[in-house]
Design a protein around this ligand. Structure first.
Ligand code: FE2
Length: 391
């Protein structure tokens, strides 16, 4: 989370009587890590506990939630061609988990229809990177307009749905614990450091409360322990009139990220944007590259022995890879070295800037692939470095 924020009406002091239009409103304290971490307090017309029906949520989509018992695959570098995934339907219908471990999942969603139901992920904080499309993120904390290039962050348990003005292409990450700003970007008091790659002003929290039509009473689909259930109420349970605190959804445009550059190549850690238990998110954005005489801007071949690496290629010319297309995902596991294709390495000498945009997930525990990923894999990728004409 970023900082303290507040929207709408809140009481003078928490846990005291708060009346609006002569009626007492309900306080809903939304906590993390038990009661020992950040929290927000929402003020609602009614406490969100008056369900009239709970059932399994029946979905035709077997790829979200994923099957957590999937087996190990051969240790290879992988190229997953996500444009081969069928687009369409709602967020829950189109979402596909492609990789997972105990800390995170990585997937793609290509919805072109809004969901009627709200969705609350009880397993994980959620991060979407919007590669294409635009719309409104509707949440119980209020609404945020979004467009291509935005990250959308939704804390664990926050009910939301996506309205869209154009079909969406989303890179989707679930973080099981502690998603947010890396500790090293903050002062002890919580303010972002002056040398952090973004500022407090870059983060957009809801700027208006959620508005539903009087006829609308959407159910809430909840994911918990890799299973979906649907919860129905006599009336929508989150009629929020205000909230304050440190827990809320927010958006961040990758265009606001301030990249660092150097005379010679810097490691990928300088591209860090967000962190969670067991992994980091990094973004490679358009920038000036390594400017020393004879510098090699392309990354060096490396054995990062404790990390698995996912890269989602959004747009531009990616300096280190050939055969990669827009919206490809590459997966480079720990245990074997990886690096640029040789000809890309040589060609990069003398290059002074890059227009690449890619999102990286670096995990400290091995990832497993799902059936959905296997079905769209370029099986020759692992051997595509094997050339006698180059280094
Ligand atoms: Fe790497």
């Amino acid at each position: 989370m970023i900082d303290y924020r507040r929207l709408g009406a809140v009481s003078e002091k928490p846990h005291t009587v708060f009346e609006v239009e002569g009626k007492m409103v309900a306080e809903h304290v939304f906590t993390r890590d038990g009661f020992s971490d950040l929290y927000s307090i929402l003020y609602q017309r009614r406490a969100p506990t008056h369900e009239v029906r709970v059932d399994n949520y029946r979905s035709k989509n077997n790829d979200f939630p994923h099957n957590p018992t999937a087996g190990n695959d051969d240790l290879k570098r992988r190229h997953i061609k996500t444009p081969m995934l069928i687009s369409g339907g709602t967020l829950l219908e189109s979402r596909k988990t492609l990789f997972f471990n105990d800390d995170c999942t990585v997937g793609i969603a290509r919805p072109n229809q809004p969901c009627r139901e709200f969705f609350a992920n009880g397993d994980a904080d959620e991060m979407y990177f919007v590669a294409e499309g635009s719309g409104v993120l509707q949440t119980v904390f209020g609404e945020i307009d979004f467009r291509a290039g935005d990250y959308l962050m939704i804390p664990k348990g926050v009910a939301y749905r996506l309205q869209m003005t154009a079909p969406l292409y989303l890179f989707a990450v679930e973080a099981m614990k502690d998603f947010g700003i890396p500790r090293e970007f903050r002062l002890a008091q919580g303010q972002l450091r002056l040398d952090a790659p973004y500022t407090h002003r870059d983060f957009r929290s809801p700027n208006r409360l959620l508005t539903l039509t009087s006829e609308e009473n959407p159910a809430i689909v909840v994911k918990r322990n890799h299973k979906l259930s649907i919860h129905e109420y006599t009336d929508f349970p989150y009629q929020v009139i205000g909230w304050d605190g440190w827990v809320y959804p927010y958006a961040f445009s990758v265009d606001a990220y301030q990249p660092k550059t150097s005379s010679v190549h810097l490691p990928p850690t300088i591209h860090t944007s967000f962190s969670a238990r067991g992994f980091y998110i990094m973004n490679f954005v358009p920038r000036i590259v390594d400017y020393a005489k004879n510098a090699i801007p392309c990354p060096y071949p490396h054995s990062s022995v404790d990390c698995d690496e996912i890269l989602f290629y959004v747009k531009g010319h990616f300096t280190s890879r050939k055969g990669i297309e827009q919206y490809s995902i590459s997966y480079h596991p720990g245990g074997i070295p990886h690096g640029p294709h040789p000809e890309m390495y040589e060609k990069s000498v003398g290059v002074r800037e890059t227009n690449e945009l890619a999102i990286m997930v670096d995990t400290f525990s091995p990832l497993k692939m799902t059936q959905a990923a296997r079905g769209i894999e370029d099986s020759n990728y692992h051997y595509s470095w094997n050339t006698t004409e180059h280094l």
